[in-house]
Design a protein around this ligand. Structure first.
Ligand SMILES: Nc1ncnc2c1ncn2[C@@H]1O[C@H](COP(=O)(O)OP(=O)(O)OP(=O)(O)O)[C@@H](O)[C@H]1O
Length: 643
């Protein structure tokens, strides 16, 4: 046996690749059964209405099928025999049937519209709830615009599919089956001639389906990319302007638009080839039936009535086929959207509450302990749960190595160290935004993983460096810190922070609108609002003069430059915020660092030194070196050091 020549083996490989591609496309359409079932699962609460809808659909379809056999009867029994009574009765029946059909169609369309709108709002809510319960690390990785696109573009495509395509699909299939029965009962020979088109139609639609599946999926993806780019551009418009990068963003938008257009055009070309072909086939079949049927009618083998009825019924046979092809486009888009939404909902949270959560000790002392904690983004945590976040692509994914650190109840630990050392990661672990890959984080001796996340966080005040404010008033943003916080609570917290005079200067005081992301407040004002929001979290202040607030405070000090007076306010507010509670501060102010009960120097994911300011200076190690740099102003760590 001779070995295949290069061109022969090349064509075999190409053929193999082509078959593999067809298999892949077929599989791409296959997983849809599960998705469709989950969509039907969502319809379960509306069973009653769906049952009425199905009855209306059946009645409307039957009413559309009735004219063909009735016309055959009217011609053969009424017209041909000159029986006017018979003809009148048949015409009256026809009128009655079409009236019933009209009512059924109105009911059908109303119910399907109602169901589409209801299902889609349910689905939007489900996606929203899902996104809210996904861990913070998930949102750090995801592009918000793509998620927005799932909620808008994809949900819209699905709505179109449900409210128009699904009904057309069901009624067309019913119509097709009904007309097959009618055609056979009218004339078997003509019916068989008509059915020879079925294999051709089936093969054509299979080819269309395989050819278009990628294009439809690509359209959904590119729409997502466009929304993501738009969202990112709008969020970063200041940076774009500052660096004059408008053209770059415009070019990228153009590129993405082109990709979307190309994917779209592919579906357009396929549609343009497929639909006229179906039309042509139906016309050809009618012509053949007329030819054969006409010859039979001339020979007297069939009656004129049967021939007229048959040609009318042919319309009911090919009409649904054309309609099915027409809805195929929206159906494909809808299914591609369902696929994307399903994949989003399938992603499970890696941070779940335990089946049997433990209660926090009451009263909570607030001792936080890191016990042999090792962590890497993308490294599975204890118990084999999926990645704790991150890409995991790094060659050295371990970010924290065997951390042992105890923060006694009520103490403040200041974390210092160079950028990327792992300080924020430590804070994320304390809030259980991520789980350790090895080791434990304990609060009053209880592993954080044994607690309900909601209960844990209700005891915490968390102040990120860029405290995100929501559009609304200053007071509303502060009250956000605790469910049920009243106006009095807000005012008390602002007064106890000593922030009253700074916030009162705002045009409407606490009722000033902060704008999107707090854009109409200054950086210092935003910080004070973020402090007040953290202080209002946890227990409300009680009447004996003790300040309420969270038992644990996690704070990433902002480095924004503010005027001296606001800076003093912030320092005083901080002092108050930190007193009497356990706190981890990623410290940038020398004043905070100096007054901390414990300073931990983090370098390359390890705590290389820990002690008080004085102890560490005397030791003359890493901290002393950092301090020297700060004094000389060669590093930017405590920006307020100079002031
Ligand atoms: N979501 C993430 N996915 C993957 N890697 C991450 C993620 N967040 C942080 N890292 C990496 O983990 C390491 C520690 O980051 P971390 O944010 O804890 O440092 P940091 O000490 O707080 O730095 P900075 O002072 O600059 O805020 C860095 O190398 C960083 O690139």
């Amino acid at each position: 046996m001779s070995a295949p020549g290069p061109s022969e083996s090349g064509s075999t490989t190409r053929r193999g690749a082509a078959f593999a591609d067809i298999r892949r496309r077929q599989q791409a359409t296959r997983g849809r059964g599960r998705r469709t079932r989950s969509l039907f699962g969502m319809m379960r609460p509306y069973r009653g209405r769906i049952a009425i809808l199905l009855v209306a659909l059946l009645v409307a379809t039957a009413a559309s099928l009735a004219p063909a056999p009735l016309a055959a009867k009217a011609v053969d029994d009424g017209l041909s025999k000159g029986n006017l009574d018979h003809l009148t009765v048949l015409v009256a029946v026809l009128l009655g049937v079409s009236l019933v059909g009209l009512v059924a169609t109105v009911v059908r369309d109303r119910l399907v519209g109602w169901l589409g709108a209801r299902l889609l709002s349910d689905l939007r809510e489900r996606i929203f709830r899902h996104l809210l319960q996904m861990p913070v690390s998930y949102h750090e990785r995801q592009r918000a615009g793509v998620l927005v696109s799932r909620m808008t573009n994809d949900v819209d495509a699905l709505q179109t599919m449900i409210s128009s395509s699904l009904v057309t699909l069901i009624s067309s299939v019913l119509m097709l089956l009904g007309s097959i029965v009618i055609l056979i009962s009218l004339d078997l020979k003509l019916a068989l001639i008509t059915f020879t088109t079925i294999p051709v139609l089936l093969l054509g639609s299979l080819a269309f389906r395989l050819a278009s599946v990628d294009a439809f999926a690509r359209t959904r993806e590119t729409i997502g990319a466009i929304t993501a780019h738009l969202q990112e551009t709008l969020s970063g418009v200041r940076v774009i302007r500052s660096y004059g990068r408008e053209q770059g963003h415009l070019d990228r938008f153009h590129e993405l638009g082109d990709e979307n257009r190309r994917a779209n055009m592919k579906t357009v070309y396929l549609n343009a080839a497929y639909f006229p072909a179906v039309e042509y086939l139906s016309t050809a079949a009618i012509v053949i039936v007329l030819l054969v049927g006409g010859a039979e009618a001339i020979d007297g083998a069939v009656t004129i009535g049967v021939l007229i009825g048959f040609v009318t019924a042919l319309d009911n046979f090919f009409g649904p086929i054309t309609e099915l092809s027409n809805v195929y486009t929206t159906f494909q888009s809808g299914m591609a959207a369902l696929e994307k939404i399903g994949a989003l909902l399938d992603q499970e949270s890696t941070l779940t509450d335990p089946a049997h959560p433990r209660e926090l000790p009451d009263p909570l002392r607030g001792e936080l302990r890191f016990e042999h904690v090792t962590f890497g983004y993308g490294v599975p945590s204890r118990g084999g749960s999926a990645s704790a976040g991150g890409t995991g692509a790094s060659s050295s994914p371990i970010v924290l190595h065997d951390i042992d650190l105890t923060i006694p109840a009520g103490a403040t630990v200041a974390l210092v160290g160079s950028t990327g050392a792992g300080k924020s990661t430590l804070v994320k672990l304390a809030a259980r935004f991520i789980d350790p890959s090895e080791g434990r984080v304990l609060l009053d001796g209880v592993d954080l993983r044994d607690l309900r996340q909601r209960e844990l966080r209700s005891r915490m005040g968390i102040v990120p460096q860029e405290g995100f404010l929501f559009s609304g008033t200053v007071a509303e943003n502060i009250a956000f810190g605790r469910d049920g916080a009243t106006r009095e609570d807000v005012e008390r917290v602002v007064a106890s922070l000593g922030a009253g005079d700074v916030l009162d200067q705002l045009p409407q005081g606490l009722d000033t609108e902060v704008g999107e992301r707090g854009g109409s407040l200054s950086a210092g004002q935003r910080q004070l609002v973020a402090f007040a929001r953290a202080l209002i979290a946890g227990a409300p202040a009680n009447g004996d003069g003790r300040l309420g607030g969270p038992s644990i405070l996690l704070l990433d000090e902002a480095t924004a430059n503010v005027d001296l007076r606001t800076e003093r306010r912030i320092e005083e507010a901080l002092e108050l915020l930190l007193s009497d509670r356990t706190a981890i501060v990623i410290a940038h102010r020398l004043s905070t660092i100096r007054s901390a009960d414990l300073i931990a120097v983090v370098e390359h994911g390890r705590i290389c030194e820990a002690g008080t300011h004085e102890e560490l200076l005397v030791r003359g190690g890493a901290y002393a070196k950092l301090h020297e740099d700060w004094q000389r102003g060669t590093t930017d760590a405590p920006s307020a050091a100079a002031s």
